[in-house]
Design a protein around this ligand. Structure first.
Ligand code: HEC
Ligand code: HEC
Length: 139
C-alpha cells in the first residue's frame, strides 16, 4: 500500500518535470524492476526456461531435489530462497560448473558451434551418475 502510494506520488512529481532531477535518486528503488538474480556462473540474461532446465539437470545428475543446494526461506521454511547462498552445496556446485566448463574447454576442445559429434563433452552426469556422493573413500 505504502509502495503504491509512493509510486503515485513519484509519477505525479515526474510529470512536474522540474522536480524530476531531485527525485532521480529514489527512482531505482521504486521502479517495479524484477529482482536481480544472484548468478555468478550462468549468464545474467538466461531465460527462465533455460535456467530451469539447467537446475532439473542438476537434480537428475546428483539424484537430489532442489533443496540439496537451495536454503529454505527465512519467512516461510516450506519454500526455498533460490537467490540465497546459505547452503554450501550451492557454492560447491558453482565450482563444479566452472570445473566442468574448464575440462570441456581445455581437453575436449568444446565449442558449441564447432562441436564434432564423435567427441562428447563432460557433464555433471559423467561423474555423478545420479549420485551426489561419488567418492567411496568418503563414505
Ligand atoms: C547441485 C546444486 C543445485 C541444485 C540441485 C539446484 N540448484 Fe538452483 N542453483 C544452483 C546454483 C549454483 C545457482 C547459481 C548459479 C550461478 O551462480 O550462476 C542456482 C540458481 C538458481 C536460481 C536462480 C536464483 C536467483 O539468483 O534468482 C533458481 C530460480 C534456481 N536455482 C532454481 C532451482 C530449482 C527450481 C531447482 C530444482 C528443480 C534447483 N535450482 C536445483 C544450484 C543448484
Ligand atoms: C570430473 C568429475 C566431476 C564432474 C564433471 C562434476 N563433479 Fe561434482 N563432484 C565430483 C566429486 C569427485 C565430488 C566429491 C564427491 C564426494 O565427496 O563423494 C563432487 C561433489 C559435488 C558436490 C558436493 C556434494 C556434497 O556431498 O556436498 C556437488 C554439489 C556437486 N559435485 C555438483 C556438481 C555439479 C552441479 C556438476 C556439473 C556442473 C558436477 N558436480 C560435475 C566430481 C565431479
Amino acid at each position: 500500500m505504502f509502495k503504491t502510494h509512493r509510486k503515485k506520488l513519484l509519477v505525479t512529481l515526474a510529470m512536474v518535470g522540474c522536480v524530476a532531477v531531485s527525485v532521480a535518486a529514489y527512482t531505482p528503488d521504486v521502479k517495479e524492476q524484477p529482482r536481480k538474480r544472484n548468478l555468478k556462473v550462468l549468464p545474467e540474461n538466461i531465460s527462465k526456461d533455460s535456467l530451469h532446465d539447467v537446475m532439473e539437470g542438476f537434480n537428475d545428475a546428483l539424484g537430489v531435489k532442489c533443496n540439496f543446494c537451495h536454503a529454505p526461506r527465512k519467512d516461510d521454511a516450506t519454500k526455498l530462497d533460490f537467490g540465497s547462498d546459505d547452503k554450501p552445496e550451492k557454492d560447491i556446485a558453482r565450482s563444479m560448473m566452472r570445473m566442468t566448463a574448464d575440462i570441456n574447454g581445455k581437453y575436449f576442445n568444446f565449442n558449441s558451434s564447432t562441436r564434432p559429434d564423435t567427441i562428447r563433452a563432460v557433464s555433471c552426469m559423467t561423474c555423478h551418475k545420479g549420485n551426489a556422493h561419488i567418492n567411496d573413500v568418503a563414505k
